[in-house]
Each structure stands twice: as C-alpha cells, then as structure tokens.
Design a protein around this ligand. Structure first.
Ligand code: HPA
Length: 263
C-alpha cells in the first residue's frame, strides 16, 4: 500500500525520508508540490506540506482539492494527516496526541467537494466513519509499542479561521461535543473520503482554546509548543507509516460517481 503524510503546522520537514525528491503534480484544480521518498524498510512515502513553502498559505486558502487529487493521482492508498489543534477538553491538555474519530464542520467559504453536479451527477458521500477505524487501531498500537501516549478518539471542530475563536464559540463547541479545534480538518477529510482514500488524523494539542486558556492565543505559541513535541509526533508517524503500508483490509468505501475512474 502506498502511504502519504500531509504535514500540518510545525511538520514541514521530510528529511527523514530516504532519497527524497521534490516534484510538482498538476491536477484539474491547480498544481501542488510533494516530496517522494522511502522509509528505511523501502516503502514509498509521499510527503505534502499542507500550508505550502514556508507556511505561506492560510487554512481558508489551502487548495485542498489539488492536494488530495495529487495524492490520489500518485497512487496513494492511505493518508496520515497531522494537525496542530486547540483543546476544549481538560482531559486533553497541551502536548496530548489524539487520534481524531469525528468532526464538526464550521467552515464557511471553502470548496468542499469534487462533486459539483452537472454531467457528473449528484453524489452524497457517506462520512459515518470519516477517519479509517482499522488504521486508527494500527496507529494506536504503533504508539503503544513505543510507550507513547496517544488518545484514541476525539471530535475535531473545524473553524474557518484564520482568526482564533471567541470564548463564546468555544463554549458552544463544548456543548456540541467538540474536544479539539483547528482550521484545516474539513474539507480535507471529506475530499479524501470522496476519493476513496483511507485517511487518519493525528492531532497534537498546542494550547487550551480561547476562554479556557488564561492568556490570549498567538500563532507563535502554537509553533513553539508544536516544536517542543514534534519529535514525539514524528516517532508515532514513522511507526504508523510502516504499519499502514502493510496490506490489511479496511472498511473505507471506494470513490463514487465519476471519481470511480480514478481507481
Ligand atoms: N484554534 C484553532 N486552531 C488552532 C488552535 C486553536 O486554538 N490551536 C492550534 N490551531
């Protein structure tokens, strides 16, 4: 199985891949850059920087469709995304790593689908299990084998950004069952599901969300906390990539409608 990493905030560096080669991939939604390399066991890995070179693209302007399409066209089967997130849950303090299992979508202005009607028809994609359960089990086990704590399950609230949230929004999200808040989870996971990619997210909590945190939030704080914990995240990811590259059955449905032709 071919695996890919979508590196979020603070996960920019694919130097751990052997023979890493950068390449541009053209898609119907525009071009995007990836680095292709291999794990020490030889398994091929595609690395993609979600926010582009030098973290230059804000969450609401990421070309999610080009990114996911590029991975599919390179023959990727399974994707691990990383995400820096705020926490709404006192049981998931800064430094926690969480395997996301559900999302709430509060985005507003993004292209959210590959299915825009017309000749392609209307397609409603099932997202009962947005994040592959079989892959989550494997990642959790890989972390456990290294004695690295990883929380199994968390609800990721996606906001539009690029501003942080108000304390009132965070109170509302808590009432709705949110655990984590970030700006990139949707539509990435949805587009992956539409393409029949098997997708998981490892979130790293960088801060308590607005109103829970005693201080005002800054992007600098997010970057600093991420930098403190990124080695742990990389260790889990390295082990996870090896296990996800194995050929095991999972319940992720294949692409529907005209996207079926992509395999
Ligand atoms: N809110 C939204 N996105 C984030 C946060 C947050 O508190 N922390 C890291 N990414």
């Amino acid at each position: 199985m071919k695996v890919a990493v979508i590196g979020g905030t603070g996960v920019y560096d694919p130097t751990w891949l052997q023979g890493a080669q950068e390449q541009t991939v053209d898609t119907p939604y525009g071009a995007t850059r990836v680095t292709v390399g291999a794990l020490d066991g030889g398994q091929s890995v595609v690395f993609m920087n979600r926010h582009g070179l030098g973290h230059s693209v804000p969450p609401h302007q990421v070309n999610y469709r080009a990114n996911l399409w590029a991975l599919k066209s390179l023959g990727v089967d399974r994707v691990i995304a990383t995400a820096a997130v705020g926490s709404l849950n006192l049981g998931m303090p800064p430094g926690s790593m969480v395997l996301v299992d559900q999302f709430l979508d509060f985005t507003k202005s993004r292209p959210v689908t590959f299915h825009d009607g017309g000749e392609g028809g209307v397609v409603h994609t099932d997202v009962t299990e947005p994040y592959c359960p079989a892959s989550r089990d494997r990642i959790w086990q890989a972390a456990r084998d290294q004695s690295l704590p990883l929380v199994m399950g968390g609800v990721y609230v996606t906001t539009e950004g690029p501003r942080f949230e108000t304390p009132a929004e965070i109170r509302a999200f808590r009432i709705l069952g949110g655990d984590l808040v970030g700006m990139t989870g949707v539509p990435e996971v949805v587009l992956a599901r539409e393409l029949g990619l098997c997708y998981t997210t490892i979130a790293l909590v960088t801060n308590f969300a607005a109103g829970i945190s005693k201080t005002a939030l800054t992007h600098q704080e997010v970057l600093e906390v991420m930098a403190q914990h990124v080695d742990r995240l990389r260790s889990v990811m390295g082990a996870a990539l090896k296990t996800l590259a194995e050929d095991y059955p999972c319940s992720c449905p294949p692409a529907e409608g005209p996207l079926k032709v992509l395999g």
